[in-house]
Design a protein around this ligand. Structure first.
Ligand SMILES: Cc1cc2nc3c(=O)[nH]c(=O)nc-3n(C[C@H](O)[C@H](O)[C@H](O)COP(=O)(O)OP(=O)(O)OC[C@H]3O[C@@H](n4cnc5c(N)ncnc54)[C@H](O)[C@@H]3O)c2cc1C
Length: 293
Protein backbone atom coordinates (compact mmCIF):
# COMPACT_ATOMS: atom_id res chain seq x y z
CA UNK A 1 0.00 0.00 0.00
CA UNK A 2 2.77 2.44 0.98
CA UNK A 3 5.75 1.40 -1.10
CA UNK A 4 8.55 2.82 1.10
CA UNK A 5 12.03 1.63 0.17
CA UNK A 6 13.96 3.79 2.66
CA UNK A 7 13.21 6.38 5.32
CA UNK A 8 15.62 9.01 6.68
CA UNK A 9 15.17 11.72 9.29
CA UNK A 10 17.32 14.84 9.44
CA UNK A 11 17.81 16.88 12.61
CA UNK A 12 18.97 20.09 10.92
CA UNK A 13 18.50 21.81 7.58
CA UNK A 14 22.21 21.34 6.90
CA UNK A 15 21.94 17.59 7.47
CA UNK A 16 18.86 17.41 5.23
CA UNK A 17 20.63 19.37 2.50
CA UNK A 18 23.68 17.10 2.74
CA UNK A 19 21.54 13.96 2.51
CA UNK A 20 19.68 15.38 -0.49
CA UNK A 21 22.98 16.12 -2.21
CA UNK A 22 24.29 12.61 -1.49
CA UNK A 23 21.10 10.77 -2.44
CA UNK A 24 19.29 12.62 -5.26
CA UNK A 25 16.42 10.08 -5.23
CA UNK A 26 15.23 11.20 -1.81
CA UNK A 27 11.72 12.63 -1.63
CA UNK A 28 11.10 15.21 1.09
CA UNK A 29 8.20 14.55 3.42
CA UNK A 30 6.80 17.15 5.86
CA UNK A 31 3.28 16.38 7.18
CA UNK A 32 2.85 13.74 4.47
CA UNK A 33 -0.78 14.67 3.69
CA UNK A 34 0.03 15.01 -0.02
CA UNK A 35 3.01 12.62 -0.25
CA UNK A 36 1.23 9.70 1.42
CA UNK A 37 -1.90 10.19 -0.70
CA UNK A 38 0.30 9.99 -3.81
CA UNK A 39 1.98 6.83 -2.51
CA UNK A 40 -1.36 5.30 -1.67
CA UNK A 41 -2.56 6.11 -5.21
CA UNK A 42 0.50 4.44 -6.73
CA UNK A 43 1.99 7.68 -8.09
CA UNK A 44 5.11 7.28 -5.97
CA UNK A 45 6.68 3.84 -5.93
CA UNK A 46 9.72 2.55 -4.03
CA UNK A 47 9.86 5.87 -2.24
CA UNK A 48 13.00 6.91 -0.44
CA UNK A 49 11.73 9.48 2.02
CA UNK A 50 13.59 12.21 3.89
CA UNK A 51 11.52 13.55 6.77
CA UNK A 52 11.86 17.14 8.00
CA UNK A 53 9.77 16.58 11.12
CA UNK A 54 12.67 16.54 13.57
CA UNK A 55 13.98 19.92 12.42
CA UNK A 56 12.44 22.13 15.10
CA UNK A 57 13.98 25.36 13.72
CA UNK A 58 11.68 25.01 10.68
CA UNK A 59 8.60 25.41 12.92
CA UNK A 60 9.62 28.86 14.08
CA UNK A 61 7.37 31.88 13.42
CA UNK A 62 8.81 35.29 14.29
CA UNK A 63 9.18 38.92 13.29
CA UNK A 64 12.69 39.91 12.29
CA UNK A 65 14.27 43.18 13.47
CA UNK A 66 13.39 44.84 10.14
CA UNK A 67 9.70 43.90 10.57
CA UNK A 68 9.76 40.98 8.12
CA UNK A 69 7.46 38.18 9.21
CA UNK A 70 9.24 34.83 8.87
CA UNK A 71 7.19 31.62 8.92
CA UNK A 72 9.05 28.31 9.10
CA UNK A 73 8.13 25.86 6.35
CA UNK A 74 7.22 23.18 8.92
CA UNK A 75 4.66 25.36 10.71
CA UNK A 76 1.36 23.51 10.56
CA UNK A 77 -1.89 25.20 9.63
CA UNK A 78 -3.16 24.76 13.22
CA UNK A 79 -0.09 26.52 14.59
CA UNK A 80 -0.44 29.32 12.03
CA UNK A 81 -4.13 29.77 12.79
CA UNK A 82 -3.52 29.97 16.56
CA UNK A 83 -0.48 32.23 16.33
CA UNK A 84 -1.47 35.51 18.04
CA UNK A 85 1.17 37.57 16.25
CA UNK A 86 0.05 36.38 12.79
CA UNK A 87 -3.61 36.91 13.73
CA UNK A 88 -2.78 40.52 14.60
CA UNK A 89 -0.40 41.35 11.75
CA UNK A 90 -1.59 39.18 8.85
CA UNK A 91 -5.12 37.92 9.54
CA UNK A 92 -5.67 37.21 5.84
CA UNK A 93 -3.22 34.31 6.24
CA UNK A 94 -4.70 32.94 9.46
CA UNK A 95 -8.15 33.01 7.79
CA UNK A 96 -6.71 30.95 4.95
CA UNK A 97 -5.08 28.58 7.46
CA UNK A 98 -8.33 27.75 9.25
CA UNK A 99 -10.23 27.28 5.97
CA UNK A 100 -7.85 24.48 5.03
CA UNK A 101 -8.86 20.83 5.48
CA UNK A 102 -10.33 19.67 8.80
CA UNK A 103 -8.76 19.84 12.28
CA UNK A 104 -6.81 16.57 11.89
CA UNK A 105 -5.31 17.67 8.57
CA UNK A 106 -4.51 21.16 9.89
CA UNK A 107 -2.69 19.59 12.84
CA UNK A 108 -0.24 17.83 10.55
CA UNK A 109 -0.21 19.62 7.17
CA UNK A 110 2.51 22.26 6.83
CA UNK A 111 2.53 25.53 4.97
CA UNK A 112 5.79 24.52 3.28
CA UNK A 113 4.20 21.33 1.96
CA UNK A 114 1.17 23.30 0.78
CA UNK A 115 3.38 25.64 -1.27
CA UNK A 116 5.83 23.00 -2.56
CA UNK A 117 3.04 20.69 -3.67
CA UNK A 118 2.35 23.28 -6.39
CA UNK A 119 -1.46 22.99 -6.43
CA UNK A 120 -3.47 25.96 -7.67
CA UNK A 121 -6.06 25.07 -4.99
CA UNK A 122 -3.56 25.42 -2.12
CA UNK A 123 -5.39 27.46 0.49
CA UNK A 124 -2.30 29.37 1.56
CA UNK A 125 -1.43 30.44 -1.98
CA UNK A 126 -3.94 33.23 -2.70
CA UNK A 127 -3.04 35.03 0.54
CA UNK A 128 0.70 34.52 0.04
CA UNK A 129 0.39 35.89 -3.52
CA UNK A 130 -1.55 38.94 -2.28
CA UNK A 131 1.10 39.48 0.41
CA UNK A 132 4.01 39.35 -2.08
CA UNK A 133 5.51 36.53 -0.02
CA UNK A 134 9.08 35.46 -0.74
CA UNK A 135 10.42 31.95 -0.25
CA UNK A 136 13.79 31.12 1.28
CA UNK A 137 15.28 28.01 -0.30
CA UNK A 138 18.39 26.25 0.93
CA UNK A 139 20.61 23.55 -0.49
CA UNK A 140 24.07 22.25 0.33
CA UNK A 141 25.71 25.23 -1.40
CA UNK A 142 23.71 28.04 0.18
CA UNK A 143 20.44 30.00 0.12
CA UNK A 144 18.34 31.96 -2.34
CA UNK A 145 15.11 33.90 -1.99
CA UNK A 146 12.40 33.70 -4.68
CA UNK A 147 9.16 35.71 -4.98
CA UNK A 148 6.23 33.31 -4.71
CA UNK A 149 4.90 34.49 -8.09
CA UNK A 150 8.03 33.04 -9.72
CA UNK A 151 7.84 29.79 -7.78
CA UNK A 152 4.65 28.28 -9.24
CA UNK A 153 5.46 27.03 -12.76
CA UNK A 154 2.41 24.90 -13.62
CA UNK A 155 0.03 22.37 -12.07
CA UNK A 156 2.07 20.50 -9.45
CA UNK A 157 5.27 22.13 -10.73
CA UNK A 158 7.38 24.53 -8.68
CA UNK A 159 10.80 26.14 -9.09
CA UNK A 160 12.60 23.97 -6.54
CA UNK A 161 15.99 22.91 -7.83
CA UNK A 162 17.16 19.38 -7.03
CA UNK A 163 18.52 19.34 -3.48
CA UNK A 164 16.64 22.46 -2.34
CA UNK A 165 14.51 22.73 0.77
CA UNK A 166 12.00 25.48 1.45
CA UNK A 167 12.98 26.80 4.87
CA UNK A 168 11.02 30.04 5.40
CA UNK A 169 8.21 32.11 3.99
CA UNK A 170 8.97 35.82 4.29
CA UNK A 171 6.54 38.76 4.25
CA UNK A 172 8.11 42.21 4.22
CA UNK A 173 6.66 44.98 6.43
CA UNK A 174 5.75 47.16 3.43
CA UNK A 175 3.58 44.28 2.20
CA UNK A 176 1.40 43.95 5.31
CA UNK A 177 1.65 47.06 7.52
CA UNK A 178 -1.42 49.28 7.15
CA UNK A 179 -3.24 46.75 4.95
CA UNK A 180 -6.62 45.21 5.63
CA UNK A 181 -7.45 41.89 4.03
CA UNK A 182 -9.93 39.11 3.55
CA UNK A 183 -9.70 35.52 2.28
CA UNK A 184 -12.75 33.77 0.86
CA UNK A 185 -12.66 30.06 0.10
CA UNK A 186 -15.55 28.99 -2.07
CA UNK A 187 -16.13 25.24 -1.95
CA UNK A 188 -19.00 23.05 -3.04
CA UNK A 189 -19.85 22.03 0.52
CA UNK A 190 -19.46 23.46 4.01
CA UNK A 191 -17.51 20.47 5.31
CA UNK A 192 -13.90 19.76 4.37
CA UNK A 193 -13.45 20.36 0.65
CA UNK A 194 -10.90 21.59 -1.85
CA UNK A 195 -11.55 25.16 -3.06
CA UNK A 196 -13.56 25.72 -6.21
CA UNK A 197 -12.12 29.22 -5.97
CA UNK A 198 -9.94 31.03 -3.44
CA UNK A 199 -9.77 34.83 -3.30
CA UNK A 200 -7.48 36.90 -1.10
CA UNK A 201 -7.74 40.69 -1.28
CA UNK A 202 -5.60 43.16 0.63
CA UNK A 203 -5.79 46.92 0.41
CA UNK A 204 -4.58 50.17 1.88
CA UNK A 205 -7.02 53.06 2.19
CA UNK A 206 -6.29 56.81 2.21
CA UNK A 207 -8.99 59.49 2.48
CA UNK A 208 -11.66 57.23 1.02
CA UNK A 209 -9.45 56.17 -1.91
CA UNK A 210 -7.59 52.97 -2.62
CA UNK A 211 -3.89 53.63 -2.03
CA UNK A 212 -3.06 50.05 -3.03
CA UNK A 213 -4.95 46.87 -3.84
CA UNK A 214 -3.60 43.34 -4.31
CA UNK A 215 -5.73 40.39 -5.34
CA UNK A 216 -4.55 36.76 -5.25
CA UNK A 217 -6.64 33.98 -6.76
CA UNK A 218 -6.48 30.20 -6.49
CA UNK A 219 -8.08 27.76 -8.97
CA UNK A 220 -8.61 30.60 -11.47
CA UNK A 221 -5.80 29.20 -13.61
CA UNK A 222 -3.21 26.40 -13.66
CA UNK A 223 -1.30 28.21 -10.90
CA UNK A 224 -2.36 30.76 -8.29
CA UNK A 225 -2.25 34.24 -9.82
CA UNK A 226 -2.50 37.99 -9.24
CA UNK A 227 -5.01 40.34 -10.89
CA UNK A 228 -2.56 43.04 -11.95
CA UNK A 229 -4.88 44.91 -14.34
CA UNK A 230 -7.57 45.27 -11.67
CA UNK A 231 -4.95 46.29 -9.09
CA UNK A 232 -3.56 48.98 -11.40
CA UNK A 233 -7.06 50.31 -12.11
CA UNK A 234 -7.85 50.51 -8.38
CA UNK A 235 -4.84 52.61 -7.41
CA UNK A 236 -5.99 56.09 -6.31
CA UNK A 237 -9.67 55.43 -7.15
CA UNK A 238 -12.45 56.53 -4.82
CA UNK A 239 -13.84 53.53 -2.96
CA UNK A 240 -17.38 53.12 -4.24
CA UNK A 241 -19.65 50.26 -5.27
CA UNK A 242 -18.95 51.19 -8.92
CA UNK A 243 -15.19 51.01 -8.41
CA UNK A 244 -15.54 47.60 -6.74
CA UNK A 245 -17.71 46.42 -9.63
CA UNK A 246 -15.11 47.46 -12.18
CA UNK A 247 -12.33 45.81 -10.16
CA UNK A 248 -14.38 42.57 -10.13
CA UNK A 249 -14.79 42.72 -13.91
CA UNK A 250 -11.12 43.47 -14.53
CA UNK A 251 -10.07 40.67 -12.16
CA UNK A 252 -11.69 38.14 -14.51
CA UNK A 253 -9.36 39.30 -17.32
CA UNK A 254 -6.32 37.95 -15.45
CA UNK A 255 -7.80 34.47 -15.05
CA UNK A 256 -7.30 31.33 -17.08
CA UNK A 257 -10.11 29.32 -15.53
CA UNK A 258 -11.07 25.98 -17.02
CA UNK A 259 -13.99 23.64 -16.77
CA UNK A 260 -13.51 20.72 -14.38
CA UNK A 261 -15.90 18.33 -12.66
CA UNK A 262 -16.09 20.85 -9.80
CA UNK A 263 -17.23 23.86 -11.84
CA UNK A 264 -17.44 25.24 -15.36
CA UNK A 265 -15.11 27.97 -16.62
CA UNK A 266 -18.05 30.40 -16.79
CA UNK A 267 -19.11 29.67 -13.22
CA UNK A 268 -15.55 30.16 -11.95
CA UNK A 269 -15.36 33.51 -13.79
CA UNK A 270 -18.61 34.56 -12.21
CA UNK A 271 -17.18 33.61 -8.80
CA UNK A 272 -14.04 35.66 -9.47
CA UNK A 273 -16.07 38.77 -10.35
CA UNK A 274 -18.40 38.44 -7.37
CA UNK A 275 -16.04 37.17 -4.67
CA UNK A 276 -13.31 39.66 -5.51
CA UNK A 277 -15.79 42.44 -4.77
CA UNK A 278 -16.93 40.79 -1.54
CA UNK A 279 -13.40 40.14 -0.31
CA UNK A 280 -12.32 43.67 -1.12
CA UNK A 281 -15.38 45.17 0.55
CA UNK A 282 -14.40 43.50 3.84
CA UNK A 283 -10.73 44.28 3.28
CA UNK A 284 -11.63 47.99 3.05
CA UNK A 285 -13.32 47.90 6.45
CA UNK A 286 -10.41 45.91 7.91
CA UNK A 287 -8.06 48.56 6.54
CA UNK A 288 -9.99 51.26 8.43
CA UNK A 289 -12.15 52.47 5.52
CA UNK A 290 -15.90 53.04 5.50
CA UNK A 291 -18.27 50.26 4.56
CA UNK A 292 -19.27 50.37 0.89
CA UNK A 293 -23.03 50.14 0.50
C1 LIG B 1 -8.19 14.91 3.61
C2 LIG B 1 -7.36 16.01 3.02
C3 LIG B 1 -7.90 17.29 2.93
C4 LIG B 1 -7.14 18.34 2.39
N1 LIG B 1 -7.70 19.59 2.33
C5 LIG B 1 -6.98 20.61 1.83
C6 LIG B 1 -7.55 21.92 1.78
O1 LIG B 1 -8.69 22.18 2.15
N2 LIG B 1 -6.77 22.92 1.27
C7 LIG B 1 -5.50 22.70 0.82
O2 LIG B 1 -4.84 23.65 0.40
N3 LIG B 1 -4.95 21.45 0.85
C8 LIG B 1 -5.65 20.41 1.33
N4 LIG B 1 -5.10 19.14 1.37
C9 LIG B 1 -3.76 18.92 0.79
C10 LIG B 1 -2.60 18.91 1.81
O3 LIG B 1 -3.06 18.64 3.11
C11 LIG B 1 -1.83 20.25 1.81
O4 LIG B 1 -1.33 20.55 0.54
C12 LIG B 1 -0.73 20.29 2.87
O5 LIG B 1 -0.43 21.60 3.20
C13 LIG B 1 0.55 19.59 2.45
O6 LIG B 1 1.48 19.74 3.49
P1 LIG B 1 2.29 18.50 4.08
O7 LIG B 1 3.16 19.03 5.16
O8 LIG B 1 1.39 17.38 4.42
O9 LIG B 1 3.16 18.14 2.78
P2 LIG B 1 3.78 16.76 2.30
O10 LIG B 1 2.72 15.85 1.83
O11 LIG B 1 4.75 16.25 3.29
O12 LIG B 1 4.61 17.32 1.04
C14 LIG B 1 3.97 17.91 -0.08
C15 LIG B 1 5.01 18.20 -1.17
O13 LIG B 1 5.88 19.25 -0.77
C16 LIG B 1 7.24 18.78 -0.69
N5 LIG B 1 7.78 19.44 0.50
C17 LIG B 1 7.21 19.46 1.73
N6 LIG B 1 7.89 20.28 2.55
C18 LIG B 1 8.92 20.78 1.81
C19 LIG B 1 9.97 21.70 2.09
N7 LIG B 1 10.10 22.28 3.29
N8 LIG B 1 10.85 21.99 1.11
C20 LIG B 1 10.72 21.43 -0.12
N9 LIG B 1 9.74 20.57 -0.46
C21 LIG B 1 8.85 20.26 0.51
C22 LIG B 1 7.16 17.27 -0.63
O14 LIG B 1 8.30 16.65 -1.17
C23 LIG B 1 5.92 17.02 -1.49
O15 LIG B 1 6.24 17.08 -2.85
C24 LIG B 1 -5.83 18.09 1.91
C25 LIG B 1 -5.27 16.80 2.01
C26 LIG B 1 -6.03 15.77 2.56
C27 LIG B 1 -5.42 14.41 2.67
Amino acid sequence: MYDIKAYYEAESVEEAARLLAEKPNLKLIAGGTDVLIKMHGGQLEEAELLSLRKIKSLENIHVRDDGTVAIGAMATFSVIFHNAMLKKLIPVLTEAAVSMGGPQIRNIATIGGNVCNGATSADSASSLFALNARLKLQDEKGERVVPIREFYLGPGKVALNPGEILTEILIAPEDYLGFGGQYIKFAMREAMDIATLGVAAVCKVENGNFAEVRIGLGVAGPTPLRCLEAEEYARGKKITAETLKEIGKLAVRSTKARTSWRASKEYREHLVEELTQRALKTAVVNAGGAEVV
